[in-house]
Design a protein around this ligand. Structure first.
Ligand code: F6P
Length: 336
């Protein structure tokens, strides 16, 4: 009987449970055995696992987090880690390993592949949406929804106090969340990797100050800056200090942080996770290896793991342009 191992790794993402559920159901349909390893790759290193059947995945798809737990696993970056993981897979006579995670998790898969003959399949699970080969990653839609609702709430208090807010959103080193959330909330400014050079922030700061001052002259109620994490040197607090010191602008900082990773997955993520989970088991049945299963243009697609990890996945240029056009229009209108 074909035996599939499954784990979730790296930053958890809403929808991972829905993907696990789909994989377990599909395994039963194909009459494959499915076992889940716990705590990301640590489960392979510590041999911590359980067989997964229908009952284990009933009533899970509506919850964030992951029933298999997740973790980052520094040991997988040492020469011994992947060898040990491969030994565990051999011990259990696993035919295929499916990993739901982000680029770090896929590096782990490639490292295991160097010591093991079985099939390795990746599913894109990260709120950051930074994997090439899939238009969206599992968890991204929920993170954008959560951050949008949070900023809508911030807008109420910002309006009441006629305040400038700096809201930091996640994304590691990519601006997918920042741009989607910034546009969805009508943020007056979006500062992200795509439109702001962190090695030379002076032009952005000058533009921001001018924009806030123009806005204040026209009695607009509030001003929301969506800031991508890891962008501004010194983070949002440094930006707050610079606004105060250089232009006497008072602002409030809100770091949305891990609330963007939690919560009930949006329907888009449940559906994407379900589709990709089913496709992952089909890929095992079709003897695919070292691929990530994604969805592009409404089609399920397989791309080499190496491509998913290394190819750029830029924020859609239309979003960057749309924000810049809105800003330009605004400045022209209010300078008149
Ligand atoms: O990759 C997902 C993510 O939430 C990033 O957006 C963020 O930079 C990082 O993980 C945070 O990692 P941790 O939870 O380990 O602090």
């Amino acid at each position: 009987m074909t035996k599939i191992a499954l784990l979730t790794s790296g930053g958890d993402a809403p929808g991972m449970n829905a993907a696990i559920r789909a994989i377990v159901h599909s395994c039963q349909h194909h009459q494959y055995e499915c076992i889940g390893f716990f705590h990301g790759y640590n489960g392979l290193l510590n041999d911590k696992w359980q067989t997964l059947i229908h009952q284990d995945v009933s009533n899970v798809l509506q919850f964030g987090g992951t029933l298999l737990k997740s973790a980052r696993c520094p040991a997988m970056c040492t020469p011994d880690g992947p060898k040990q993981a491969a030994n565990t897979l051999r011990k259990h006579q696993i035919d295929a390993l499916i990993v739901i995670g982000g680029d770090g998790s896929f590096h782990g898969l490639e490292a295991i592949k160097a010591h093991w003959q079985g099939q390795v399949i990746g599913l894109p699970g990260t709120i950051d949406n930074d994997l090439a080969g899939s238009d969206n990653t599992i968890g991204f839609a929920t993170a954008v929804t959560t951050a949008t609702h949070a900023i809508d709430k911030i807008r109420d208090t910002a309006n009441a106090f006629e305040r400038v807010f700096i809201v930091e959103v996640m994304g590691r080193h990519s601006g997918h969340i920042a741009f989607n959330v910034g546009l969805a909330t009508g943020a007056e400014a979006i500062l992200s990797f795509e439109n702001c050079d962190p090695t030379n922030t002076a032009p952005q700061l000058a533009q921001l100050i001018a924009q806030i001052q123009i806005q204040k002259q026209h009695n607009h109620e509030s001003f929301v800056i969506v800031l991508a994490e890891n962008l501004w040197p010194g983070g949002p607090e440094a930006l707050k200090t610079q606004l105060a010191e250089q232009a006497g602008i008072d602002s409030a900082v809100c770091v949305l942080g891990h609330i963007q990773r939690g919560g009930s997955p949006a329907p888009e993520d449940r559906l994407l996770a379900t589709e990709l989970g089913l496709a992952a088991v089909n890929a095992v049945a079709s003897h695919r290896d070292q691929v990530m299963i994604g969805k592009q243009g409404n089609q399920i697609q397989e791309v080499p793991l190496s491509y998913a990890i290394s190819a750029a996945k830029p924020v859609d240029g239309r979003w960057v342009e749309a924000h810049s056009d809105i800003l330009t229009e605004y400045l022209i209108k209010h300078r008149e």
